[in-house]
Design a protein. Sequence first.
Lengths: 202, 94
Amino acid sequence: MSLKMEEHRDDLASKTGMWLFLFTEMLLFGGLFVVYSVYRYINADAFHLAAQELSVPVGTINTIILLISSATIAMSVTAIRKNNKKLSLLLLGFTILLGLVFLGNKYFEWGHHIKENIYPGSPVLASRGQGDVLFYGLYYFMTGLHALHIIIGLVFIGFIARLIIKDRIVSDNYVLLENSGLYWHLVDLIWIFLFPLFYLIT
Amino acid sequence: MEHEKDHIIPYRTFLYVLAGLIVLTLISVTVTKIHLGTLTVFIALLIAAVKSTFVLRIFMHLKFENRMFTIMVIAVILLIGVVIFITLLDYLYR
């Protein structure tokens, strides 16, 4: 027991490392936003029309789902610090559930477009012109990359929940839970910009 | 440092912020339905910026963290902004 107390730990460094990683993620999506700005500037009318085909209600619901899931994982940190393991796990479970619902909505959304023959490389899409090809190319790539981040985030959170169950994350050692929260919030942050740029620019 | 460590954000803070974020989302959806031309994009991005400030400061804890984190985040956002600005200048006035 006394050995465990002397275990070396540097929470600030751990968090700094997480933030540095998040900066690379911000620059990755930042680069895509640069591409988006330029293509949108060149093909303003096509982007305007193509964006109208995306479902605003589905996008809005998914935005709210991600916002709620961000709040629940943030509250999970409060719960663990107040020594409420059960509530912390419950909130993490809820976060994972919301993440899965988000992915489900995305699945139906993509499925709907693909059924209408709108997907990268589709001849129907190609016949609609350069602007539409670029818009949907960016739409699939950016929301797809974002969905990949959701999947990684869900695995990350699941791993953290396991550590809480095993009492490896406790009220005075919770930096890993905070770091998984930071990752999840970043995914939320990116969606906050993807949503208006793809769904609301009509 | 010790003082910061003691600070536990209450549950209700997150719920208030969440309510604010949802209201802002609904406002941005409503505003874009009114046709304001280029102003629409500007307003939508402005609201997105306000929302991300809330997420960064409260959810991501920057308000209660070492100032170093805030400065670094601002630097990265500025970097992305400058790159977008310069790239667009090139396309606008080429």
